[in-house]
Design a protein around this ligand. Structure first.
Ligand SMILES: [Zn+2]
Length: 570
């Protein structure tokens, strides 16, 4: 065996992840992702732009980086020398490349940071260029995508560097006010001032596989606290579990995910094409002989389709968004963008499961405060983007735990009820299984409230009611009868607008059929709402929730409503 000739560095490179020696062209064809171990090598800004946007669509912004040395900073060498070196080394004017482009045919403004240039540090010129890119997005009425890679602020520019966090955030705020989508794509590494501003205050935060993001770097944290850091600390996957990012995306899928987001945002900005509401499925009259306790048991059947089942069947193209951005991603609530009959919608629902393991992993569909806050974030995002919200309610109730109370369960539910009351976009809620108490209402203050034929919706579980009001705790079936929690009862009370039929004998026997009926019912109820101005929608929604019980029974407005333990309206 002969020794090989010295390998040309331009032809070969060594993977930082697994150490494999890789043929450079093969690596590039694989988007600089190691085919052996999947490690994502860092990309420079021009390569990133080339990978992300439609071919030949990128036009750099006309603005050039202004050379500044605002505080005359000198360390080992004067700051201008460092800048000159970075320019020579990268061929870039500054640590960001900005322009307009198309992605999947959708126009956007784009700023891509380059870590090679002084560690992607956020100096005044970088802040200025990103701000101008955001202003360009605002002027053109297009989304803004920011690809971050940065060690943080540029200390050679002192406090003026710190101020860039506010400058760029202000530009992001302008887009938020205008209902224009902002997305950050967090790449490795994103730290300090960039992490604590435009990398995380955008509408949607995507993190590339393996990217690390944090305010303080691991070395600083170790020095200050002396703590041993957890496995995978600050990696994209770790951040997803802790509710900090919407999605972790492998590089190959990044373009596709961005295209889905841009398509939804584009749909939200255009007035919906008026279309006739599809025929609504009609539930047969309720069987008066059926015991409500039977309905409770059917509503809890483990084979009953879950929110994720409906997202697979009744909706198309679900793109799940995660996290409350405050520290957790509650598995009992799922949400994200999907299409219903071609109409982009935000879907948010409780998630149970079919097996014990699923149910435990999803906390039996009982949302934590983080789940309610995730739902709130997604509702507000939908409203900003002009997309309707569809909620699927199936929960025994909100999580009744110590941690949930410490984290403000009551306030989290309260805030959702308040937010839905004034949400300036159509909202259709469907109680698909159990509509349990305040946890259910946190997703069900809607323009139209539907209920599956064999679902239940109640102020308390029959077991809970029996334990409190009956001397014998085993009176749950009696409580179920007394609580009037079936669809037929709730339609009579005006709490529910319409029942969605289920296949015989119930949804669990034919999940596909159930999904089709749900799809038709939601589409039929959503279509007329799309044409209603937001202010009118909100006014009617508030009227809808003003008319129950005592309000309905009162003789005339302004008079004291009769106070009765049970107000029934025939
Ligand atoms: Zn590798």
């Amino acid at each position: 065996m002969t020794t090989t000739a010295p390998r040309d560095e331009r032809l070969w490179s060594r993977c930082d992840g697994c150490g494999s020696l890789l043929y450079r062209k093969r690596l590039r064809r694989n988007l600089d992702v190691c085919p052996e171990c999947g490690a994502h090598a860092r990309l420079d800004a021009p390569e990133r732009v080339a990978q992300l946007v439609d071919p030949d669509s990128f036009t750099p912004l006309p603005d050039r980086a202004v050379r500044v040395d605002p505080i005359g900073f000198v360390d080992a060498v004067p700051y201008p020398h460092r800048l000159a070196g970075a320019r020579a080394g990268t061929g870039l004017d500054e640590a960001v490349l900005c322009g307009t482009a198309c992605l999947g045919g959708h126009p956007l403004a784009l700023a891509v940071m380059d870590f090679r240039f002084l560690g992607g540090s956020l100096g005044s010129a970088v802040g200025e260029l990103i701000t101008r890119t955001a202003e360009r997005a605002l002027a053109d009425g297009v989304p803004l995508v920011l690809v971050t890679a940065s060690g943080g602020a540029r200390m050679q520019e002192g406090a003026l560097s710190l101020m860039q966090m506010a400058t760029v955030s202000q530009a992001v705020a302008g887009l938020r006010e205008a209902g224009l989508l902002t997305v950050s794509v967090v790449t490795d590494p994103t730290y300090g001032g960039v992490a604590a501003s435009f990398a995380t205050n955008t509408d949607v935060v995507l993190a590339e596989n393996g990217a690390r993001l944090g305010f303080a770097g691991p070395r600083v944290i170790r020095q200050v606290t002396g703590a041993t850091l957890p496995e995978g600390f600050q990696t994209a996957e770790y951040l997803l579990r802790h509710g900090q990012v919407d999605l972790v995306v492998p590089r190959h899928a990044l373009r596709g995910r961005l295209a889905v987001l841009l398509a939804a945002a584009a749909a939200g900005r255009h007035a919906p094409v008026p279309r006739p509401a599809p025929p609504r499925p009609v539930a047969p009259p309720a069987d008066p002989a059926r015991d409500p306790w039977e309905t409770v048991r059917t509503a809890r059947h483990p084979g009953r389709p879950t929110t994720l089942d409906y997202l697979e069947t009744a909706f198309d193209g679900f793109l799940e968004l995660h996290g409350d951005r405050l520290g957790a991603d509650c598995p009992a609530i799922v949400g994200g963008l999907a299409r219903l009959d071609g109409q982009p919608v935000m879907v948010i629902g409780h998630q149970k499961g079919h097996t014990t393991a699923d149910l435990v992993a999803r906390n039996f569909g009982m949302a934590s405060p983080a789940g309610h806050r995730k739902a709130l974030r997604l509702m507000r995002l939908a409203a900003r983007l002009g997309l309707p919200v569809v909620t699927l309610v199936d929960t025994p109730g909100a999580d009744p735990g110590v941690a949930a109370e410490q984290q403000g369960q009551a306030a989290a539910i309260a805030e959702n009820i308040l937010a839905l009351t004034v949400l300036p976009t159509p909202v259709v809620a469907v109680v698909t299984g159990e509509g349990g108490s305040g946890g259910a209402l946190a997703l069900a203050v809607a323009d139209r409230v539907l209920m599956l034929e064999h679902a239940v919706y109640s102020v308390i579980s029959p077991e809970g009611c029996a334990a409190i009001l009956w001397p014998d705790g085993s009176a749950a079936p009696q409580a179920a009868r007394a609580l009037r929690l079936t669809g037929a009862d709730l339609c009579r009370l005006g709490v529910v607008d319409e029942l969605v039929p289920e296949p015989r004998p119930a949804a669990h026997a034919d999940p596909t059929g159930a999904a089709e009926l749900l799809r038709l019912a939601v589409a039929a109820n959503l279509a007329p709402l799309l044409a209603v101005p937001a202010a009118t929608l909100v006014r009617r929604r508030r009227q809808r929730f003003r008319r129950f019980g005592a309000a309905r029974a009162s003789v005339s407005p302004g008079l004291a409503a009769p106070v009765t333990g049970r107000t029934e309206v025939a």
